[in-house]
Design a protein around this ligand. Sequence first.
Ligand SMILES: *Cc1c(COP(=O)(O)O)cnc(C)c1O
Length: 380
Amino acid sequence: MHRIPVSGPSITEKEIAYVTDAVTNAWYANANVYHERFERAFADYHGVRHAVSLPSCTSALHLSLLALGIGPGDEVIVPDCTWIASAAPVSYVGATPVFADIDPVSWCLSAESFAACITPRTRAVIPVDLYGNVPDYTAISEVAQRHGIAIVEDAAEAAGTRYRGRAAGTFGVTGAFSFHGSKTLTTGEGGMLITDDETVYRRVLVLRDHGRRPGDTMFENREVGYKYKMSSMQAALGLAQIERAEELVTRKREIFGWYREALADCGDLVLNSEADDVRNTYWMVTAIMPARLGGKAESIRRLGEQGIDCRPFFSPLSSLDAYAATPQAQAARARNAVAYAVSAHGVNLPSGLNLTREDVARVAAAVRDLLGAGAMQAAA
Ligand SMILES: *Cc1c(COP(=O)(O)O)cnc(C)c1O
């Protein structure tokens, strides 16, 4: 039996044709043709004015904080359970990440915990659209507005997700996306920053190109900046993927539907939630296992023995060596009961775009075995 990978892209003739054209023709005078088409298509899909293609989502978050002028002495609130890329850029600019608790249902930033973490130094919040879901943006926006706090949305895992009809990535001053190989839309490695804010957009264009003004041909660097660009081949791949975005989202939702159906009667298992006003894109189908199974590492090990590759729910950042010794992490460990409870038993199940219904049936059977449902059926 083949190993079932935890993730994987959908690559068709379209992607291969665009990348082949880019590697053949997109050089010198044509070097930016695919970037322009990808950025336009990405902005239009999200209903925003500007999209800037970048080497990663990490760089999109970094540029967002720089463009907002956030630096030493400032605090930025991030949810405790996320990939470290949500918080690392806060550290890059010399600001302090503050780790808020997550909501027990959406697994995204809790609006109440966000409000409780605000101090006079808080300048921004980075809500994360975890596993393709969204936090309560109505409540988060209200709190942020009341305190004059900028929202930078980490939509790395949520291309195509909608909240009250509005695209994920549009709930902050900027939205940041990732096209890492595991993500719903991929360019191998890559990212995108979207914004409707003209000042932020212009600042980002200068910062991402070694401090040059857009269109500069005389190598006039006005300040020390960064080199944050993607290649034409990546942009061509991204253009093909954004043109197929609805197809890929439909596929993700279909895969989740197969799991939900196959695991429907497993009463003590919790899967991703979807509120009435949300279109969840289920980047990772995630199961919170019952505590009696002994924690996520044990479940991952046992599924691995069946040829099924899983990943752990993100551990709280406040628990990781990278941040554990900071005063903010110590406070978070005392405060964030939900983050610690959910993450201890959460497992990302295989969610790649090429999964077959048979693959999902095999994973579901293995999960049922773990839960003892199989044994109970045999006894009945
Ligand atoms: C993948 C991911 C990132 C980082 O994306 P890169 O493109 O690898 O920089 C950031 N935040 C979240 C929540 C992610 O899942």
